[in-house]
Ligand binder design. Structure first.
Ligand code: PMP
Length: 404
C-alpha cells in the first residue's frame, strides 16, 4: 500500500478504471474493426475551415490578444448568441443569460453532479444510460434509482421513499432522450410528458442530455423536454429542465466545447462552479468555434446525417442477414448506436474477448452502462467509424462467432 492510500477521499473508491477500457486498448492491434468508441468520424471534421478560423483570429493582433487572454466564465458572448438562436430551433426561447459554455457537455454533467448531489442523495437514471454521466455523478457518491420513461416509472412517493431509505433525497432525473447512448432509442412524446410530470411532482430538475439530438436520419422530430416544460411553465426561467448541449458530434469534439441552457437562477450557480473549476473555457477555441458554426454548422450536420444514416442502414441489413435467431437489436432513427441483446446466458464481456481474438471485431459490453449489476447479455455497437463494406464483413464475422 502506498502512502497515498490513507490520504485519498472516500469518493475515490467510486473512481475505477473499467476492465472494458483496459480491454479496448487491444484495439490498437492492426486489422481490428471497432464498433466500440462512440466517436465521430474524423473524415467529417472541418479541418480547412478550422485552420482558416485560427489563422483569422491569430493573424489579427487585436483579436489574437483577446483570444490568448483570460475571459469571462459565462463564455464568449457571440458564441452564446449563436447558441441562443440554435436553442430557438429546439423550441427554447432564451437569452444569453440562460447559457454557460462548458468544456464539452461532459464538464456540464460533472458541474450538475457537483451542484446537486450530496453523498447518499438519489439520481434517477435510465438503466442502461451514458457511462460518462455515471462516472461524472458517481464522484459525488449518490445512489441510483431506475427511470423507466417508456415502461412505466415508479410513483413519486415510491422514488421519494427509496431515496429517504438510502439516506438522502431525489435530486434530479437524467435522460438522453434522442438516439440515446447506448441504446439508440428515442423517448416518445408520452414518455417525455410523463417524465416532466414526475419531476414536477418530485420537485426536481430534469437533465436533458442532447448530445445526439441533431443527428436525426428519419421520422418526426420530437420536441425537446425543455421546450415542453417551457410550454407548460411559461418561460425558461420557470422551467426545471437543464439542457446539456455539445458541438462534439456535429462539428468536432477536439475544441472541447459544449453548453448548458437553463433558468438564470441555476446558470448563475453554474457560472460560479465554472469559475472555481477552470475560470473559463479557452477563448481562442470559443472564437474559432463561433466562426465555424456561423460558417459550416448546417453543412456539417447534413454531411454527418448522410454518412451515419448510410452506415446504420448497412449495419441493420448485415444484422438481419447474418445474426442467428435469438439475437435482437434496436433500430435507431439517428445517432451513432445500435443496442444488441444476446440470448440469455451469453456474456457480452466474454464475447468481446473472443470477438477481438477470433473475429477481429470490438464493441462495448452492455453491462458497463448499468448503474446496477445487469445487462450482461447486451452489447453496444457504434456504426460511426468503419466504412460500409467493413461494417458488413465485420458483422458477418461477429455473427458467425455467435452462431458457433
Ligand atoms: N453525453 C453523451 C450521451 C455522450 O455520448 C457524450 C460523449 N460520448 C457526452 C455527453 C460528452 O460529450 P462532450 O463532452 O464531448 O460534449
Amino acid at each position: 500500500m502506498s502512502f497515498y492510500e490513507p490520504a485519498y477521499a472516500g469518493r475515490v473508491d467510486r473512481m475505477k478504471a473499467s476492465e472494458i477500457r483496459e480491454l479496448l486498448k487491444l484495439l490498437e492491434q492492426p486489422g481490428i474493426t471497432s464498433f466500440a468508441g462512440g466517436i465521430p468520424d474524423p473524415k467529417l471534421f472541418p479541418i480547412a475551415e478550422t485552420q482558416a478560423a485560427y489563422a483569422e483570429v491569430l493573424g489579427n493582433v487585436t483579436l489574437g490578444s483577446q483570444a490568448l487572454q483570460y475571459s469571462v466564465s459565462e463564455g464568449y458572448l457571440p458564441l452564446r448568441q449563436w447558441i441562443v438562436s440554435h436553442m430557438m430551433t429546439r423550441g427554447v426561447p432564451c437569452t444569453v443569460d440562460n447559457i454557460v459554455i462548458t468544456s464539452g457537455s461532459q464538464q456540464g454533467l460533472e458541474f450538475l453532479g457537483r451542484l446537486l448531489l450530496s453523498p447518499k442523495d438519489t439520481a434517477l437514471v435510465e438503466m442502461p444510460t451514458y457511462l460518462g454521466a455515471l462516472q461524472a455523478f458517481s464522484a459525488f457518491e449518490p445512489h441510483y434509482d431506475e427511470l423507466r420513461p417508456e415502461g412505466g416509472n415508479h410513483t413519486p412517493e415510491a422514488y421519494a421513499a427509496s431515496a429517504a431509505a438510502a439516506g438522502g433525497r431525489v435530486k434530479f432525473a437524467y435522460v438522453v432522450p434522442d438516439f440515446a447512448n447506448p441504446t439508440g432509442l428515442t423517448l416518445s412524446r408520452a414518455a417525455r410528458e410523463n417524465l416532466l410530470t414526475l419531476a414536477r411532482e418530485l420537485e426536481v430538475p430534469v437533465l436533458e442530455d442532447s448530445a445526439y439530438a441533431a443527428l436525426r436520419f428519419e421520422g418526426t422530430p420530437m420536441p425537446s423536454l425543455q421546450s415542453l416544460d417551457i410550454r407548460c411553465m411559461g418561460s425558461i426561467d420557470a422551467s426545471r429542465v437543464v439542457y446539456c448541449g455539445t458541438f462534439s458530434k456535429t462539428v468536432t469534439p477536439g475544441l472541447r466545447l459544449g453548453w448548458l441552457c437553463a433558468s438564470r437562477e441555476i446558470i448563475r450557480r453554474l457560472v460560479l462552479v465554472k469559475q472555481a473549476t477552470d475560470l473559463n473555457s479557452p477563448l481562442l477555441n470559443q472564437m474559432v468555434m463561433h466562426r465555424l458554426v456561423e460558417d459550416v454548422y448546417d453543412r456539417q450536420v447534413e454531411k454527418a446525417i448522410a454518412q451515419y444514416r448510410g452506415r446504420r442502414d448497412v449495419m441493420l441489413r448485415a444484422l438481419e442477414t447474418y445474426m442467428p435467431t435469438g439475437v435482437t437489436w434496436t433500430r435507431p432513427e439517428g445517432g451513432l448506436f445500435i443496442w444488441v441483446t444476446l440470448p440469455d446466458g451469453t456474456d457480452g464481456a466474454a464475447l468481446l474477448e473472443r470477438a477481438i481474438a477470433e473475429a477481429k471485431v470490438a464493441f462495448v459490453p452492455g453491462a458497463a452502462f448499468f448503474a446496477s449489476q445487469r445487462g450482461r447479455n447486451t452489447i453496444r455497437l457504434s456504426f460511426s467509424l468503419p466504412d460500409e463494406e467493413e461494417i458488413t464483413t465485420a458483422i458477418q464475422r461477429l455473427s458467425h462467432l455467435l452462431a458457433h
